[in-house]
Design a protein around this ligand. Structure first.
Ligand SMILES: Nc1ncnc2c1ncn2[C@@H]1O[C@H](COP(=O)(O)OP(=O)(O)OP(=O)(O)O)[C@@H](O)[C@H]1O
Ligand SMILES: CC(C)(CO)[C@@H](O)C(=O)NCCC(=O)O
Ligand SMILES: [K+]
Length: 261
């Protein structure tokens, strides 16, 4: 059974998953740091593999939203993979794209692929990390969505754009009424973020079908879920799963797809 290394290069974290024997056997998270050199990333990747007593993989697949880092990883992967590493760039892979494909972030595309494969019906795909993306897949086609700031950007904007507001580490608190400046910012940023995402999801559902399932992923997903008041399916590994499906599609064409593509 082929051994796969899947890499999701995001704006804050690089998520790496090692798939072997029909399951994810390792998952790692590195900080995205543009100051690191290709040598450093090579040491990281080789070190991680060594840690799991693996010297090579059959295939390696990457989705990156940080173009500067992509070539570093492709080069590292060449040295540990039996076959040439693949960078997933939309369109293709059995998922239709009704959006300028050269603009579409590969993470959104791969998430949509994963969500379509899991849900097999029109679905709302939500990724809450550095940014929040709320996307719609209808009949196997990525039809578009929304890009909004994540909690850290909201907090940062308040601190940088005003004289009196401090930087506050964002959190989604259970209470609403802030009793001092810091609490008021926390309430505004945390509750505001939750409300924004909820509203984006509800509006997306109004456009594609009120019964569309919601799949939620990203660094904020678990903390956000209790505040949405919606039935959502939490899929922490959605991007890695989407990468795996993309690889399946390339190797065996196993993925069925919708009517258009
Ligand atoms: N365990 C955690 N504890 C606290 N904050 C976290 C944790 N994991 C992620 N975050 C927060 O989530 C955000 C990053 O999310 P994520 O890990 O999904 O990053 P990312 O995938 O690089 O983002 P993106 O894909 O949107 O570029 C940051 O705001 C970070 O502070
Ligand atoms: C929106 C982000 C930053 C989310 O990670 C990424 O998917 C991206 O850089 N996208 C490019 C723009 C677009 O998807 O239309
Ligand atoms: K992401």
């Amino acid at each position: 059974m082929p051994r796969l290394l899947a890499i999701d290069i995001g704006n804050t974290h690089i998520k790496i998953g090692l798939w072997d024997n029909g399951q994810w056997i390792e998952e790692w998270r590195l900080a995205t740091d543009l100051k690191r050199t290709p040598d450093e990333y090579r040491l990281f990747v080789r070190g991680l593999l060594l840690e799991s007593k693996v010297q090579w993989v059959d295939r390696a697949i990457v989705a990156s939203v940080v173009p500067l880092l992509t070539p570093f990883f492709l080069r590292v992967l060449e040295s540990v993979s039996q076959s040439a590493p693949v960078e997933v760039v939309p369109p293709g892979y059995g998922l239709g794209v009704d959006y300028p494909p050269q603009n579409l972030g590969p993470d959104r595309f791969v998430n949509a692929l994963g969500a379509w494969r899991l849900a097999r019906q029109s679905v709302v795909v939500v990724d809450v990390g550095t940014t929040a993306t709320v996307d719609a897949v209808v009949d196997g086609v990525f039809v578009g969505g929304a890009i909004a700031p994540g909690p850290h950007f909201l907090a940062q904007a308040l601190a940088e754009g005003t004289a009196r507001l401090p930087h506050v580490t964002p959190a989604i608190e259970p209470w609403m009424i802030g009793k001092n400046t810091e609490q008021a910012i926390r309430a505004g940023v945390g509750q505001g973020f939750a409300g924004m995402v909820k509203s984006l999801i509800e509006n997306t559902r109004q456009s594609i079908g009120a019964a569309a399932p919601i799949i939620l992923t990203g660094g904020w997903a678990a903390r956000l879920q209790p505040h949405l008041g919606l039935a959502v399916r939490l899929e922490p590994r959605l991007t890695l799963e989407g990468l795996r499906f993309a690889n399946d599609w390339l190797t065996g064409g196993e993925i069925e797809s919708g009517p258009h593509r």
